[in-house]
Unconditional design. Structure first.
Length: 176
């Protein structure tokens, strides 16, 4: 009996991992939303958000999880964002230190601006967990458009992220 249970768990884990890898989220279309939330930590995320903001696909952009030592001038130098765009439309969030706190920081920003639709920009392998954290924090009437930045993750990254995603879902399920 225990062997069957262990076999079933291993099979469920394996099927889940294959689906996790085989169905990585994709980039979204260019539809407009009230705001853009970009999570730091991977290449091309901020560039994607800036491109959408320049195309007026949203009113403002939050860059969540910015290192405390990074300031306005550093951001402008790193990403070549026009000063006018930064002054009117870009907020640097320095509170988040992980994906869970990204969700809380982003939700506070969404609520403060009273947005009803946001675009979440992060790497494809990170999107499911990032979306899950944002869903935990936002009211259900806020529409989230997931905009995954394509990457070429190695097996180690995929396994680590899959396990983090499963563990986080289980923690929420059991109220931990």
């Amino acid at each position: 009996m225990i062997r069957r249970l262990i076999s079933a768990l291993v099979l469920a884990w394996l099927i889940g991992f294959v689906l996790f890898v085989g169905l990585l989220p994709r980039p979204a279309d260019d539809r407009a939303t009230d705001g853009i939330i970009v999570l730091t930590g991977g290449p091309n995320r901020i560039e994607r958000g800036l491109s959408l903001l320049k195309e007026r696909r949203a009113r403002r952009m939050l860059v969540s999880g910015v290192n405390l030592v990074v300031h306005r001038r550093d951001f402008l130098a790193m990403f070549g964002a026009p000063v006018q765009l930064f002054d009117c439309c870009i907020d640097l969030g320095h509170e988040a230190v992980d994906t869970r706190s990204n969700g809380a920081e982003a939700a506070d920003w969404v609520k403060r601006h009273r947005y009803k639709s946001v675009r979440l920009v992060t790497t494809d392998w990170h999107m499911r967990r990032a979306r899950f954290e944002l869903d935990q924090e936002l009211p259900p009437d806020v529409r989230i458009v997931t905009d995954a930045v394509r990457s070429e993750p190695d097996l180690n990254i995929l396994l680590r992220e899959y396990h983090k995603y499963i563990l986080r879902r289980l923690a929420v399920l059991f109220g931990l």
